[in-house]
Structure formats: C-alpha cells, structure tokens
Write a protein that binds this ligand. Structure first.
Ligand SMILES: [Zn+2]
Length: 309
C-alpha cells in the first residue's frame, strides 16, 4: 500500500463572485493557491532536478537544497512574467470559466484597470490552458459539419461575403435527442479530406457513429471511421449541430464582436472548454487554475496562428 500521504489542499468551488472575492482578495491568498497546485506532487528543482528543499524566508517560494535555485509560484507556469497583480489574473480566470459567456478584452480592461492589449494577451494564455488534452475521444452519436465564422454579415447587396470568412469544422457528441454532451471545433484551410481528417484524428473514436452531410470530402475518411451521410435539410436533421453553430456565432458576435482569423482557434478552444465542462461548473475554476499552474510558460510572440492545436 502506498504510504505517501497527500496534503489535502483547499479547492474553490462554485460560481459565486462574492465568495470568489472573499477568498481571493489578497495577493497572498492567490499565491498560496497557485503554489499548492504547482507543487502538489512535491518540489523538483527546474535547474538541477533535485527534489530536496532548503529553507527560504520568502512565503510560498521554494529553494533547492543542492543548487540554491529560487523558485517562485508563478515562474515557469502560464503566470510567468505576469504584467499585473495575481489577484487580477485570478479574476480573469474566474470570469472565463465560471460565468456562462465569459468576458471580452474591452470589458476586462475596464473591470480590472489594465489596457486592452494586456488583458487580451493574458486571456490568450488562459485559452492555451483550455486546449483539449485529446485524451478522451468522442463516443456514441457524433455529428460533424463545417461552418464559416466572421467576415462581413450576409447581406443581399454584398453577397455572402464568404471570402472574408474563416472555415471551421465542428464535431458534436450528442446526448438525448438534441442535447450537446461535448463539442470540439477546429479552424480549417478548406473542406478537403486532409483538413477534415484532423478533427477525426484528434477528437473522435473509431467506434463512434458519425453523421455528416453529403459533402464528398468525407468519403475517403469512411475507410477508417464509422460514417453515415445524410443530405442536410433545415429543421429535419443536424439540429444539435445547427444549434451549436448558432450558439458559437452569437457568442462571438455578442461578446467579442470581431475575432481575427489568426486567433479564431483560441476562441474555439474557449467555447468548447466551457461547454464540455458545463456539468462540472462547481470545479471549473479549480480545474483551469490547475492547468495554468502545470502548463509551460508561453511568450506573447509565440501566440501566433500555428500555436493553437
Ligand atoms: Zn537545483
């Protein structure tokens, strides 16, 4: 039997913002919470790999016994080189996880008193932590379809404006008749088989029963996945999928107004993360904080299009 006794650590639960402010009103409370997660399996020196600690007078920090390397709770996590107070960072993470629709960079800038660019850069780091682990492919009934996001609104005068839109492919795992259990979405260059294949490889089990429309791009994928095709008819089929696409479009339009194609994948990650955890809302903040604490640091210059999985 394993004799290792794990330290019981406090985990914030729920969506109550007053409770959140009570708990995380000070820098110390936030650093403690982060340190508990970063070192929940003990300390390992990032410099020499030693696991023994030496005394340090700085609270929540660790010092390596062998090389005396000093490790702060924020170093080498997604909080690395944070440009504002950690209390503000915690509030951003709370708003992006525990609320239903999250918050725009503009609104955030006003709420926490930083400039829009700074708020947006940190939000992108949070979105990085929201990326799927790709460990749990979708099972059961799955619908796959493509959609166009952004660009000019469709209007009679301007035509469909599809040239300025970005194409995405979505997969929805159904529950009940029209319920959404999980959703994943990816930006694609076009509707070719190789582009469509990525969502299958990353997110769909080979035993899932997949439904697509009659688009021929899916035909070669039938060799390795269980796919049925049906002609898409409004209000007749693909209701769950269409409901999900509408939800995504109205979220982008309503909260973010405009999303550049370069960063669209980041927003898709965020949208899917919240839906996929809607039945675990109680622990969603803690889950995301854990991910932020255990992820490698990311520099803003790296947050380019191809960075997003
Ligand atoms: Zn060391």
């Amino acid at each position: 039997m394993n004799q290792l006794i794990m330290k019981e650590i406090f985990a914030f639960k729920g969506q109550n913002e007053i409770e959140f402010h009570k708990k995380f009103g000070t820098k110390e409370a936030c650093l403690q919470y982060l340190a508990d997660r970063k070192w929940k399996n003990g300390f390992t020196c990032p410099s020499c790999g030693c696991t023994e600690e030496y005394f340090t007078s700085e609270p929540f920090h660790k010092r390596c016994k062998k090389c005396l390397h000093h490790a702060s709770p924020m170093a080498n996590t997604l909080f690395h080189k944070l440009k504002f107070g950690i209390e503000k960072a915690f509030l951003i993470i709370f708003k992006m996880s525990a609320t239903t629709k999250s918050i725009s960079a503009e609104q955030l800038a006003k709420t926490i008193g930083v400039n829009r660019k700074t708020a947006l850069a940190f939000q992108h780091k949070v979105r990085l932590a929201m990326q799927s682990s790709e460990q749990y492919p979708m099972e059961g009934e799955v619908e796959v379809d493509e959609a166009f996001i952004g660009g000019q609104e469709e209007s009679e005068n301007r035509g469909r404006g599809a040239e300025s839109k970005t194409q995405i492919v979505l997969a929805v795992e159904k529950t009940g008749l029209f319920g959404i259990k999980r959703v994943y979405a990816r930006v694609i260059e076009n509707g070719s088989t190789s582009e469509l294949m990525t969502i299958f490889e990353k997110h769909i089990s080979k035993t899932a029963k997949v439904l697509t429309d009659k688009w021929r791009g899916y035909l070669p994928i039938m060799n390795s996945y269980n796919i049925m095709q049906e002609k898409s008819q409004p209000k007749e089929n693909f209701q769950t999928m269409h409901q999900c696409i509408q939800q995504l479009k109205s979220w982008i339009r309503g909260i973010h107004h405009h999303v550049s194609p370069e960063y669209l994948q980041a927003y898709l990650n965020e949208f899917c993360y919240r839906i996929n955890r809607s039945i675990h809302k109680e622990s969603i903040f803690d889950n995301l904080l854990n991910r932020m604490a255990l992820a490698s640091p990311c520099y803003l210059n790296n947050l380019k299009k191809n960075y997003w999985k």
